[in-house]
Design a protein around this ligand. Structure first.
Ligand code: BG6
Length: 521
C-alpha cells in the first residue's frame, strides 16, 4: 500500500516560504577547505537562489594561503559546479550565473595566520568597513570550518580583538562542528574554553544529522500526531533498532579516522541525535531550549554500558577485503595511511537502556559501520506481539511482527509493517506494508542540509544545534566504552567482510536477548 504517489498540492520550496534572514557579515575560517567548498558555500548558494539572504549579506573567507579574492571565488565556483553535477543536493547540474554573481559580489578573501593576533586586527578593520558602509554595527557570524584543535584559539583571539562583543541589535555568533571533544574530559575542556569568551546562546554547534529533513520529522511525527504518542512506551514497544550503515570506507580520511574510529565518529553525535529525538519526553514547547532540555535529560538517563565480562554492551568490528555494491573493496588495514595492524574499529554496535518510566526494560540497539552492504539509515520500532494465543481456536496461521520504520536516508520516509489476512478460505497471515515516501509526497527540493542550519543560526533559532550540556551527556555514555577499549586490544580484526551486514559480534549482541537485526534492505 502507498500513502500517496502524487505531490501534496501545497508542496513548494520549503526555503522559499521562509522570511528573509537578517543582514549579516559571515566570516568563514578555513575558506579554502573541503567543508567550505563542499557544503557551506553550496548551502549559501542554495539560500541565495531561494532569495533568503539579505542584500546586505557579506562573506569574508579567511585562510592561510596568500590568495586573492578572485582566485578564491573561482575555486569555490569550481567546487559548486562539481557539487551540482555529483550530488542530489542541487536542483540542476548548472550553476545559475545570476545567483552565483549575486553571491560572488559579496565575497572577500582575507589572508590570515589564525594563530597571530595581527590577523584578527586586520579582520576587525575589514568588518568595521562593513559597519561604516551600513551606518551601524552589523550582525556577525563566524563559521569555524577548521580542525577542532583551532576552535579554542580562534575564539580566544576573536574575543581579544573585541570581535565577539554583542551590541544592541548586532549579534555575534560562532558555528563549530564536530569533533566536539574526543572524550568526556576534552569535551568539558572545550566547553569551558568556549564559554570563557562566549555566552552559550552565541555558540551554535552543528550536528549535520539535524539538518536532515527526516531527522527533524521525528519530532513532528511523534508530537503532532495523536496516533503515535500513546503507544510510544514500554507497554507497547518491545525493542528499538537504530542503524546508520555506510557503504563508503575510510576514503581519504585515514589520518583522522585512525585517531577517531567508528564510536567517536558516529555514536555520541549522529546516533545519539536519532536516539534522543526518538526517545525524549515531550517538550514544554517547540522552542530551542525546551527541546534541548529533553534531549539532554534523555541522554542523562541512558544507563552506562556494562563493558566487563564476556558479553559487553558495546562491540566493535573492522572490515576486511570484500566487495561493496559489486565492486572489489580493500581491507581497512590496506587503506593508504592506515597501520597494517590497526586496532581501530570501523563498526560499532551497542545495546542501551534508558532508565525512566517510559522505557525501562526496552533495549535500544544501535549500530553503525563503514563498508557495509547498503547505505541505509533507519530507526525501526518493534511493537509487542499480539497475544495470538487467544485466537488459537480460529486457526490463525503464522505471525507477523509489527514494525514502524522511520527511514532517514537515502530513501526518506516511513513504513508500517503488519499482518493481514491472505485472500482465500484459510485464515492465514501475510506480511504487508503501508509506506510513505517523503520526497514523492512533498517534492522537497534537493538541499545539502546546511541551508537550514545556516539560516537558523542567522535568525537565532538554536533548536537544531547542540547545547554544551547535551554534548557532555553524550560523552558521559560512551566514556566507559573508551576506557574499556583503551585497556583491551581488539582480537580477530578484521572480523567482517566489506559488503556484508557487519561482524558476528554485532549479531551476538542481540541474540542474547532473543532478537536479531533487521537485514539491510
Ligand atoms: C560524518 C562522519 O560526521 O558523517 C563520516 O565523520 C560519515 O565518517 C558521515 O561518513 C555520514 O554522514 P552522511 O550525511 O553522509 O550520512
Amino acid at each position: 500500500m502507498t500513502a500517496s504517489t502524487t505531490a501534496h498540492p501545497e508542496a513548494t520550496s520549503a526555503l522559499g516560504r521562509l522570511p528573509q534572514a537578517p543582514p549579516c557579515a559571515m566570516v568563514l575560517f578555513g575558506a579554502n577547505g573541503d567543508l567550505s567548498h563542499r557544503l557551506v558555500v553550496p548551502a549559501l548558494y542554495n539560500l541565495a537562489r531561494a532569495k533568503r539572504l539579505s542584500d546586505d549579506f557579506r562573506l569574508f573567507g579567511v585562510d592561510r594561503a596568500s590568495d586573492e579574492t578572485g582566485g578564491w571565488i573561482q575555486s569555490l565556483r569550481e567546487g559548486l559546479e562539481r557539487f551540482a553535477t555529483d550530488s542530489s543536493a542541487s536542483e540542476s547540474d548548472e550553476v545559475d550565473p545570476d545567483v552565483w554573481g549575486w553571491l560572488a559580489s559579496r565575497m572577500t578573501y582575507v589572508q590570515a595566520d589564525l594563530t597571530e593576533s595581527d590577523s584578527y586586527i586586520r579582520l576587525r578593520d575589514r568588518l568595521a568597513d562593513v559597519d561604516r558602509a551600513a551606518g551601524s554595527p552589523q550582525n556577525r557570524l563566524y563559521y569555524l570550518a577548521v580542525v577542532d584543535r583551532l576552535f579554542g584559539g580562534i575564539v580566544d583571539q576573536l574575543g581579544a580583538a573585541g570581535l565577539t562583543r554583542q551590541e544592541e541589535r548586532a549579534w555575534r555568533r560562532v558555528i563549530i562542528e564536530k569533533p566536539l571533544g574526543h572524550d568526556l574530559d576534552s569535551a568539558k575542556a572545550l566547553n569551558a574554553k568556549l564559554s570563557a569568551t562566549l555566552q552559550e546562546d552565541q555558540i551554535f554547534r552543528i550536528d549535520h544529522f539535524l539538518g536532515k529533513e527526516t531527522v527533524q520529522n521525528i519530532l513532528a511525527l511523534r508530537f503532532a500526531n495523536g496516533l503515535f504518542e500513546p503507544v510510544w512506551n514500554r507497554d507497547h514497544i518491545d525493542q528499538v533498532q537504530v542503524t546508520v550503515a555506510e557503504t563508503v570506507g575510510v576514503e581519504h580520511r585515514a589520518a583522522f579516522y585512525e585517531r577517531t574510529g567508528a564510536l567517536r565518529d558516529m555514536v555520541p553525535n549522529h546516533l545519539f541525535q536519532l536516539l534522543s529525538l526518538m526517545a525524549m519526553e515531550p517538550p514544554t514547547s517547540f522552542r530551542a531550549d525546551p527541546i534541548r532540555d529533553r534531549k539532554t535529560e534523555l541522554l542523562q538517563m541512558v544507563r552506562l554500558p556494562a563493558m566487563e565480562g564476556p558479553s559487553p554492551d558495546v562491540v566493535r568490528g573492522q572490515y576486511g577485503a570484500g566487495s561493496v555494491l559489486g565492486a572489489p573493496f580493500r581491507a581497512y588495514r590496506a587503506e593508504p595511511g592506515v597501520a597494517a595492524d590497526s586496532p581501530v574499529e570501523t563498526y560499532v554496535a551497542a545495546r542501551l537502556f534508558v532508565e525512566n518510566w517510559r522505557w525501562a526494560g526496552v533495549p535500544f540497539y544501535l549500530r553503525t559501520g563503514k563498508a557495509l552492504a547498503r547505505r541505509w539509515t533507519e530507526i525501526a520500532i518493534r511493537f509487542r506481539d499480539a497475544p495470538v494465543a487467544l485466537l488459537r481456536s480460529c486457526d490463525l496461521q503464522g505471525s507477523v511482527p509489527n514494525w514502524l520504520v522511520l527511514r532517514i536516508q537515502p530513501d526518506e520516509g516511513l513504513s508500517l509493517e503488519f499482518g493481514a489476512k491472505r485472500p482465500g478460505p484459510r485464515l492465514e497471515l501475510g506480511a504487508v506494508q503501508m509506506d510513505f515516501d517523503y520526497r514523492r509526497y512533498f517534492h522537497s527540493p534537493p538541499a545539502t542540509g546546511y541551508e537550514t542550519l545556516l539560516y537558523d543560526c542567522m535568525i537565532g533559532d538554536a533548536t537544531l544545534f547542540q547545547r554544551g550540556d547535551t554534548v557532555e551527556a553524550a560523552w558521559q555514555v560512551v566514556q566507559p566504552v573508551l576506557d574499556a577499549w583503551s585497556e583491551r586490544m581488539p582480537t580477530g580484526f578484521p572480523d567482517y567482510t566489506a559488503g556484508s551486514d557487519g561482524p558476528t559480534s554485532g549479531d551476538a549482541l542481540l541474540a542474547r536477548d532473543g532478537h536479531a537485526w533487521r537485514a539491510l534492505p
